[in-house]
Design a protein. Structure first.
Length: 380
């Protein structure tokens, strides 16, 4: 069993008891991703979800996790794998991270000389997950030609590497995830109906954070405890106004947005007291229109002033690798804001797409596939 894939323990609920908390064993390894890095199950909807996921995990059926970006789909997938008792590894692959010409080789592998640059044979992610679970994130981004081949693999339970003739038997449980309406994509002709039904044997709808408000404050305190230690802060308090603001926000970026808000609040708060003015809460959806005219200019100027203040504070604190850390956060923020669209992110940053892609690879934002964790330990 792969104990290094998830962490489930009793989490803080702001002094009123505890609730199950689901995290990665080393969340810092996922700091540049837009994925959620923690889930709590205190809200009634979340409690029911955890029970449902436990029942699904006990079977060997394919699972389709449906939810908005940042709701914790990968954490649920990892939990399903751990609860399934399968002895093999958990392998996570982002279907949107590969070009159409490379996705087949990544998933199914290739033999030496199968195509230009294939100097040696390589196993694909299906073979790497043999005996375990393969998590295909953003399954809706899979090209239609690959949808046909994926369906065949699921039906025949074997893969054929590019350039090979002999099929390789596999024992892999498939868990897929999407943030789009696959049923609508089927009706539009963008996703195969037969593959949709093959994937959707067991469906796990993951509600957005705004629909499970009982999880907000437990998550807030989880992130406060995590970042307070990193920033070497003593006890931190949250004002009643700040609590009300956090509960009233609609969280378009879900758990990942909440984590960013709390991290920022801890950086700028004074005397260990987070107030409403310390929270960087966006009004409305992330893709909503920006202010126009004079107001937009005033907002931009105020934002640049706050940014300069934060940078000066970081310089005074003497953080190591400050330039690289700021650069990482800037690239991550642009990629997240652009919903992982490389062209739009590069345009917002004023750089070419090639430069952006090189930085995404450098910072680990292009999650091409799973890598075995090194030196990870499960927290108590």
């Amino acid at each position: 069993m792969d104990h290094a894939t998830y962490h489930l323990r009793e989490g803080r609920e702001d002094g009123r008891g505890s609730a199950p908390l689901l995290t990665f064993p080393s969340p810092e390894a996922h700091s540049l991703s837009i994925r959620a890095r923690a889930l709590v199950f205190h809200d009634q909807r979340s409690v029911g979800l955890l029970e449902e996921v436990g029942r699904v995990a006990a079977s060997d059926a394919s699972v389709l996790i449906i939810g908005e970006t940042g709701t914790g789909k990968e954490l649920i997938a990892r939990y399903i794998h751990q609860q399934s008792g399968r002895p093999g590894p958990f392998v996570a692959v982002n279907c949107g991270a590969f070009s159409e010409s490379l996705v087949e080789a990544e998933l199914f592998g290739h033999e030496a000389g199968a195509f230009t640059g294939a100097t040696q044979a390589r196993t694909g992610w299906f073979e790497a997950a043999n005996g375990g679970t393969l998590f295909l994130d953003e399954i809706g981004d899979l090209p239609q030609a690959m949808q046909v081949k994926l369906l065949r693999v699921l039906q025949e339970r074997c893969v054929v590497r590019i350039g090979a003739r002999k099929p390789v038997p596999i024992d892999v449980r498939l868990v897929a995830a999407t943030n789009i309406d696959l049923a609508r994509a089927v009706r539009a002709g963008n996703f195969r109906m037969d593959l949709y039904y093959r994937l959707n044997v067991a469906s796990v709808p993951l509600p957005p954070l705004r629909e499970r408000p009982g999880d907000i404050l437990p998550l807030v305190w989880h992130f406060i405890d995590r970042y307070r230690k990193k920033l070497a802060l003593d006890a931190v308090t949250l004002t009643p106004d700040a609590e009300r603001a956090l509960l009233a926000h609609d969280w378009p970026g879900n758990i990942r947005e909440l984590e960013n808000v709390i991290h920022y609040g801890l950086i700028v708060c004074t005397n260990g007291r987070i107030d409403t003015s310390d929270l960087r809460l966006q009004s409305g959806r992330m893709d909503g229109p920006a202010p126009a005219g004079k107001q937009a200019g005033e907002d931009a100027a105020a934002t640049e002033f706050r940014l300069a203040h934060i940078l000066r504070s970081l310089l005074e604190q003497g953080h190591e690798r400050l330039y690289e850390r700021v650069e990482e956060e800037l690239v991550r923020a642009a990629f997240e804001f652009s919903r992982e669209n490389q062209v739009q992110a590069a345009r917002r940053l004023g750089i070419s797409r090639n430069v952006l892609r090189a930085q995404l690879k450098r910072f680990g934002l292009l999650q091409g596939g799973w890598q075995a964790p090194v030196g990870e330990t499960t927290e108590s």
